[in-house]
Design a binder for this molecule. Structure first.
Ligand code: ZN
Length: 177
């Protein structure tokens, strides 16, 4: 391929990508059937249900980072939320609520944090997002406390200084010249 005079070589992989273990593996790690499914020999030993679950788990995670969650994806999330009992089902339920409330990725985290903290906390609990916002806010509060303490300390010193000055003034009359 030639773009702007540069020759861009297509990246060569010495193997194939297995979507299950998410790794590029050499040809011999794939068998005929599994090859066309993009699943390596090892992963193709998993049952259909196990593979479906891995795919659903990935989907739930990936969909959260899509720019805009589409109606089709909303349906799939709903299906997943009903299909699984346990953590995956719970995760899907939370993502479904999020997708309905705020399908756009932009400004979603702030919206959740301030308007639906319970959903935000759930996303953190499931490891879908890192809780950076709370730390930042806590840092700010801590910082403000430090500033406040410093100001109190400065005022206290100032007052002490004023008192000292008054004291010196009062004494100065008695001081021998
Ligand atoms: Zn694999």
């Amino acid at each position: 391929m030639k773009i702007l005079g540069f020759i861009i070589k297509k990246k060569k992989y010495r193997g194939h990508y297995c979507w299950v273990c998410q790794s590029v593996l050499p040809n011999e790690k794939f068998s005929g059937q599994a090859h066309s499914n993009h699943i390596c020999k090892k992963c193709s030993k998993l049952s259909k249900e196990e593979l479906a679950k891995i795919s659903d788990e990935r989907f739930i995670y990936d969909v959260f980072f899509q720019k805009n969650i589409s109606i089709e994806n909303l349906y799939r999330i709903e299906k997943i939320s009903k299909k699984y009992i346990g953590e995956l089902g719970e995760q899907a339920t939370v993502i479904l609520k999020v997708a309905k409330l705020h399908p756009l990725k932009k400004k979603r985290l702030g919206f959740l944090y301030f308007k639906h903290k319970e959903l935000f906390d759930e996303l953190v609990r499931f490891g879908i997002i890192d809780d950076l916002i709370t730390h930042r806010i806590q840092d700010e509060i801590e910082y403000e406390k430090i500033i406040e303490l410093q100001e109190i300390e400065i005022k206290r010193k100032q007052q002490k200084y004023d008192i000292d000055l008054i004291g010196v003034d009062e004494y100065s009359d008695d001081l021998p010249l």
